[in-house]
Design a protein around this ligand. Sequence first.
Ligand SMILES: [Zn+2]
Length: 195
Amino acid sequence: MKDSALLVVDMLYDFIDGSMACKEADKAVAGTLAYIEEETGKTDPDDSGIRSIFPILFVRDHHPANHSSFIPQGGPWPPHCVQGTHGAEVHKALSPYMSEDLCFYKGENQALEQYSAFEGRNPAGQSLGEVLELMEIRNVLICGIATEYCVRNTAEDLLKAGFKVSVLKDCIAYVDYEGHLKALEEMQAEGIRLI
Ligand SMILES: [Zn+2]
């Protein structure tokens, strides 16, 4: 597990119970928390804080208020995850596991849609791909929202970059059930493992 990391994609209030609430989002949050507690969240008894055995990285959709993907700007989506709002916050059950330098923000450029987190950047300006390389991570476990969009695009970009990629199938939420199943099937055919 030394070369593994967990990537939590867009577990943000707007995708959980906000303007773009996705199906099974509560289940995905609970599943992720259970996974972290069982597999990675073992607390070191000598340590006062929460520490995980392997790193947990967070992806956060983080739009300016006039983002081009929003319906009022001619895009397909209702306004969501606007910088500085509650909807852009990570669910409070998961935020204790989050450290700011391992948060990767995407969708900050007004003109660009960005489903994949691969080019997302942390506050130091490093991309997700770059930080995974620096940490010598080879296996990336992905959970989050939504299967058909940000989970899928992120998983595919990581696979293309040479990482081993697994999706935690009990820890993902989706926009549309049929689309979710189809995305899982296609990801599997590409070499992404479902666990
Ligand atoms: Zn977005």
